[in-house]
Design a protein around this ligand. Structure first.
Ligand SMILES: [Fe+2]
Length: 409
């Protein structure tokens, strides 16, 4: 690792994560033991129809055969955009069946739904709406296991959930360290069948988490270590995961990368790229990973241009330069002159997304991803209103957000 002399510690920082991670072939088989250690005997499984159809849930159920743990219920109807109505409905099933713990199996929606169910049950409520917001929760949560089936969101190690409130047409944010799962299970069987383009998009979401965490104002030595490790794993495995999805080694590496990136960004947060991706997703329904993949190089371009405006202690440009090292590897890094390394990092990401476009058709422009031109001003406005903008290392105006969206269009 090449450290710069200006690599100072933040004046103050916090880092917290309490999730136990088990990773490997047959990791699923250890869940019953882990649950019994947590005092649980009857979990509810929360998943969606796609996971059942892909045959993934049977691996989970099979792992309980011959153990003392009984599966209390399997809820497999989680929609893509889950809501408080779904959460309250599952909480009711949990109570009726006498469950005592929760296992989420799926992507972002199933995991966030399960976090919502845990809130309602643990706070002994019947209505998620009453518990919305940051740090509103007070009671210890039920034992909660997450088995991610995509390698991207990192939700298995994050303390936040986003759940829709359809009656008001808004997305509600819940944040509390109490919401952290007790256990994250990475087993390559759960991501083996993910299609190439979804693999590419979710991997780029993970890369964006790691890169934004590494250059954001809340970065710290611990988040840096996780972000760097995530970027290296992604560099070495992303193309293989897209091309040869049946390779379990590569899948396990990407699942680890997504988890590491989740550990990094759940503490040091994400910035302009995620703000614009949330806006693009909300207005034009561009999948989250696709939007991040398209917007990441443009967000970095903006940061490089405005790096002089960042607080000096943030070393914004130097941090982007440093991203090139894990992103390209030491050999490539040394070939790029120091003054070109920030742009070199952007180029490395552009080269990667161009390659993914060739391999599986991952869009590289918003216009290829279903965004229509006259929605760009609305997207720019939503970008500067998004919560993630608070963690951008530089101020971003409406005009600058619009220029970014137009450049990505
Ligand atoms: Fe993300």
């Amino acid at each position: 690792m090449f450290f710069m002399k200006d690599n100072t510690l933040p004046e103050y920082y916090e880092f917290f994560n309490s999730v136990k991670v088990i990773s490997g072939y047959k990791a699923l088989e250890n869940i019953p033991y882990e649950l019994s250690q947590l005092g649980a005997k009857k979990p509810i499984i929360i998943t969606d129809k796609g996971i059942v159809k892909a045959g993934l849930i049977k691996h989970v159920i099979k792992s309980f055969q011959g153990t003392k743990i009984t599966i209390g219920a399997v809820y497999d109807d989680t929609p893509v955009d889950s809501s408080n109505v779904v959460v309250d409905e599952i909480a009711e099933i949990y109570r009726q069946k006498g469950c005592d713990s929760i296992i989420a199996v799926g992507g972002g929606s199933a995991i966030d739904t399960a976090k919502g169910v845990n809130i309602v049950i643990s706070e002994d409520s019947d209505d998620l709406l009453k518990l919305m917001g940051n740090n509103r929760l007070t009671k210890p949560m039920k034992p909660f296991v997450v088995i991610p089936t995509t390698a991207g969101t990192g939700s298995e190690v994050t303390m936040a959930a986003v759940i829709a409130n359809p009656s008001k047409n808004v997305k509600m944010q819940f944040t509390s360290a109490l919401m952290l799962p007790k256990l994250a299970v990475l087993d390559p069987r759960m991501t083996l069948s993910m299609p190439a383009r979804i693999t590419a998009a979710t991997s780029m979401d993970a890369l964006t988490h790691a890169v934004e965490a590494f250059i954001g104002p809340q970065k710290n030595p611990i988040s840096d270590a996780f972000a760097t490790a995530a970027i290296e794993l992604i560099r070495d495995n992303i193309v293989d995961a897209v091309k040869h999805g049946g390779n379990a080694d590569v899948r396990l590496a990407m699942a680890n990368a997504a988890l590491l990136a989740g550990l990094a960004f759940s503490n040091s947060m994400v910035g302009i790229v995620h703000a614009a991706a949330h806006a693009t997703g909300g207005i034009c329904h561009v999948p989250h990973g696709v939007a991040n993949s398209i917007l990441l190089p443009h967000g970095l371009d903006l940061y490089i241009r405005k790096s002089g405006e960042a607080k000096k202690a943030l070393h914004l440009k130097q941090n982007i330069e440093k991203v090139l090292l894990p992103l390209a590897g030491p050999e490539q890094y040394m070939k790029v002159p120091a003054r070109e390394r920030a742009q070199g990092a952007v180029k490395a990401i552009r080269d990667l997304t161009a390659n993914l476009n060739k391999i599986c058709g991952l869009p590289v422009r918003l216009s290829q991803a279903g965004v229509i031109e006259n929605s760009l001003p609305e997207i720019a406005q939503a970008t500067i209103n998004d919560g993630a903008i608070a963690f951008s290392p530089v101020e971003v105006s409406y005009e600058e957000a619009l220029a970014l969206i137009k450049a990505a269009f």
